[in-house]
Write a protein of this length. Structure first.
Ligand SMILES: [Zn+2]
Length: 110
């Protein structure tokens, strides 16, 4: 990507989103490394929790966006394609294989 080029539209699926985040932050993310990037991710999750508690729609959108971006950064740094990770759920619950999930314990998503 050249300076001045518009980034890829981030709404066109996880593959495009991951490529977009890598184009914007990839060099900085690689220099920062996984442990420090993970700390940023956790901090953003905390900010999302505060936004949920406050119930501010615009702030919620921003915090979900930041958490998704940091999660995607960690996927890139660890060699995971987010689209592949998401595909794990494409046939329903990964444990019971049913839509909706028919596992005995409803809150169990492991
Ligand atoms: Zn299930």
């Amino acid at each position: 990507m050249e300076p001045g080029d518009a980034p890829l539209p981030p709404h066109r699926g996880l593959k495009a989103f991951q490529a977009n985040i890598a184009a914007i932050y990839g060099a900085k993310d690689a220099a920062r490394g996984i442990p420090e990037s993970y700390m940023w991710f956790v901090e953003e999750v905390g900010e999302l929790g505060r936004a949920i508690r406050r119930g501010e729609p615009e702030n919620l959108r921003e915090e979900f966006s930041d958490v998704l971006a940091w999660l995607t950064t960690l996927a890139s740094l660890t060699g995971i394609e987010m689209e592949d990770a998401a595909r794990r759920y494409s046939d329903g619950c990964p444990r019971c294989g049913v839509v909706p999930c028919a596992c005995q314990r409803g809150a169990d998503r492991e």
